[in-house]
Design a protein around this ligand. Structure first.
Ligand code: GN1
Ligand code: MG
Length: 371
């Protein structure tokens, strides 16, 4: 595990157009990649909060492409919300806070890239949800995000991480990790490796459909973990989608699939006892309902037909990624304990096995809601 770095957040905040007096800051969020802080400023007696984030440049190696993507997408959505006369539009899309010199991000002396957003008050991100109402709302929010950007003009967005959801490349990277055995852990996880290899054919299904033209490339969020959407404290409304670094061209099914992975699961992503993992069908039902309520108008028949499978695909993708990272010595995802990525893998595998058991019912749910 890399040593925890410490940053001078107070002076970094000063680089941004945040008026008033600095009051305090604290780490926030549970992302596996970037470092996130909330900062408080006193503005003429009122405390205002901001989000300051270090973009992990080992992973997002081209921050200069990430930030214009985010700027274009957030300003497009903001304009759309305004056109629609959406109440409280400012809580329904992230708003970047530029630097004092007008730039979208700040590069510090050590080559770290920082950016800031307004903090969305009265809302929270859930790492795990048990309520079908919240699941439905989260899916509706991601569906409307996709809908708002579906007609965004201009140049194709940059691929901030090329082949991010190319499950064939993910599988190949996994096979390489097995081959290289960098952390010397391969023998201890032989059964897990065999589990992934046996299911290799999952990797090509959506890619082949995309290549044949049956699935369209669109702008997708690409990281729709349930904790990447802010939900209103009081009403539970799915307000605002965040973690926009991976917003780029992709399949909308990747987004629905990751919602299935992170919302239908009965446990945390890193539960130590994988025998407790199930796929909760009522949560799946709620996701389909919520997602179709906002995305139905633009989805094609084939996209709808793959909704149930997309959950299995993304869970398989994460299974390969977590086990590969375990084999590589935990170099990608943040870990907090020994075998953390291995536990995450085992949970994904258990979820896939339960998806397989209930797949026919999942397909039925989709048919019912899309009829
Ligand atoms: C990472 O940063 P976070 O936790 O939202 C990862 C996702 C994975 C997820 C697994 C850029 O997302 O792809 O699905 O962890 N983000 C990146 O929990 O790799
Ligand atoms: Mg996140």
């Amino acid at each position: 595990m890399p040593a925890k770095r410490s940053y001078d957040i107070r002076s970094l905040a000063r680089e941004f157009a945040m008026p008033g007096d600095y009051v305090s800051h604290a780490p926030c969020g549970n992302g596996h990649i970037n470092d996130t802080y909330e900062i408080r400023f006193n503005q003429a007696g009122t405390h205002v909060r901001y989000i300051l984030q270090r973009i992990n440049h080992d992973i997002f190696t081209r921050p200069a492409e990430v930030m214009p993507n985010i700027q274009r997408v957030t300003s497009h959505i903001a304009a759309r919300l305004e056109e629609l006369g959406e109440p409280e539009a400012c809580r329904k899309v992230l708003t970047l806070v530029p630097c004092r010199d007008g730039r979208l991000w700040h590069e510090d002396r050590n080559g770290n890239h920082w950016r800031a957003y307004f903090y969305i008050e009265g809302a929270e991100a859930h790492n795990h949800v048990n309520s079908t109402a919240l699941a439905e709302e989260a899916a509706r929010a991601f569906g409307s995000f996709q809908k708002h950007v579906a007609d965004m003009g201009g140049e194709r967005l940059a691929d901030t991480i090329p082949d991010f959801h190319n499950t064939r490349s993910r599988f190949n990277a996994f096979a390489r990790a097995v081959e290289e055995n960098r952390a010397g852990r391969r023998d201890a996880v032989a059964a897990e490796v065999a589990w992934v290899l046996q299911r290799e054919s999952i990797a090509d299904v959506l890619i082949d459909l995309m290549k044949s033209g049956a699935l369209p490339e669109r702008i997708a969020h690409n990281d729709t973990k349930i904790n990447n959407v802010m939900m209103d404290h009081q009403t539970g409304e799915g307000l605002c989608v965040m973690d926009l670094d991976t917003v780029m061209p992709g399949l909308v099914l990747y987004d629905f699939g990751d919602l299935v992975r992170t919302t239908t699961i009965s446990t945390a992503e890193d539960e130590r006892d994988a025998s407790r993992v199930t796929m909760r069908l009522p949560m799946f039902d709620a996701l389909v309902r919520g997602y179709l309520s906002s995305a139905r108008d633009f989805l094609t028949k084939e996209e709808v037909a793959q909704l149930a499978f997309s959950g299995k695909l993304i869970t398989y993708e994460l299974a390969t990624r977590f086990l590969a990272d375990h084999l590589n010595g935990d170099v990608y995802f943040k870990t907090q304990r020994a075998n953390h990525n291995l536990d995450r893998f085992r949970v994904q595998a258990a979820l896939i096995e339960d998806i397989d058991r209930q797949f026919a019912q999942m397909v039925e749910v989709v048919a019912r809601h899309s009829a």
